[in-house]
Write a protein that binds this ligand. Sequence first.
Ligand code: FAD
Length: 386
Amino acid sequence: MTNPTPQEARSQIVGLIREFVQRDVEPVVARYDKEDIYPSELVDRMAEMGLFGITIPESYGGLGLDYTTFAMVFEELSKGWMSLTGPIGSHHMMAYIVATFGTEDQKRNLLPRMATGEVRGGLAMTESEAGSDVQNIQMTATKDGDEYVLNGSKMFITNAENGSAFVVIVKTDRDAHPPHRGMSCLIVEKPLEGLSVGRHLDKLGYRGLDTSELLFENCRVPAGNLVGEVEGRGFQQVMGGLEGGRINIAARAVGVATAAFEAAISYAQKRKAFGKPIAHHQAIQLKLADMATKIRAARLLTYDAAAKKDTGERADLEAGMAKLFASEVCGEVTLEAMRIHGGYGYVKEYTVERYYRDAPLMIIGEGTNEIQRLVIARRLLEEYAL
Ligand SMILES: Cc1cc2nc3c(=O)[nH]c(=O)nc-3n(C[C@H](O)[C@H](O)[C@H](O)COP(=O)(O)OP(=O)(O)OC[C@H]3O[C@@H](n4cnc5c(N)ncnc54)[C@H](O)[C@@H]3O)c2cc1C
């Protein structure tokens, strides 16, 4: 038997996920969302489907699929329930950082276990006083013989409770100027003495998935856990990981927006007002046309960023544009879908209420859209420098 082409592999995996969403996710999502239940059995199914290893190279046990497939997977899952992308989103950023910047020992030790989902990862960057301003982090790692001693805390960490390993960005040199030169990435794996999970945050949307604090008190990790075994490269390593992270956020936004649009176009043909389906009123048609057009543009920008990332070239401009545009479109479209549903859109009986609550995360996460615009402008000024 011949191996499937990338296109065949892509449509197989997307088809599998569509079936999984319809069969296993749709019947439970409303309850899990309402009661903020972590979907353990759904996440285990995703591990069985290989989703923890989508972009991990085949030589380390992953599926080694391209970023376009990665984006399609995130889109499809998000059409069902955006929270399902959480366990694999920052896991993939961690895997990318290890695969791209790690030593051979670090790759061999972690990637095969990450690919199966035995190790479920995350990326711990944000602190209570440092989100957008990453260089202002206060957490430190101090070298002591052949170990680092970690002290500090991280805020808003996806998978903090259910994840088992993290890439944590810390200061190894507090006096470095500019500060990013003193920042490094360390791999930490649970259980680890001195590492505990703090508050579980009760969120507007993105429910079911754990977003919590991570607290480090005199945690000792071997010096060999320093990513790439070089100090001072953490900022660049994390920024490299964020390119893929922004593509995944853009894809989630396209998925949620598509689900909201599909709910709205269906409802508009059933709901009658003034003697005819509201879809026959021109004001509703204008909304539907704008929604579908914007979603299509967002999807194309997302696939464009994924294709650029697949070339191995720098893709921060494309990923930033896709994340910015798709998340803003998602915010607009979910509100329009609610308006098309009238009063029913505002109650939990209809899914558009959840889509509307899930949309803002894509505007804030992986760098707010204000920061995204700054990144885009900086790159444009480089490209068009006089
Ligand atoms: C559900 C959820 C999950 C998350 N998961 C993770 C995770 O797994 N790992 C992780 O490390 N982080 C995670 N985060 C954190 C997220 O990345 C940050 O919340 C985000 O980067 C913004 O940081 P902040 O909340 O500190 O806001 P701030 O940086 O305080 O920003 C506040 C406001 O000021 C604006 N602003 C800041 N600086 C500027 C500027 N220079 N110019 C213009 N405007 C500016 C921002 O855009 C924003 O509107 C998560 C957040 C959420 C809500």
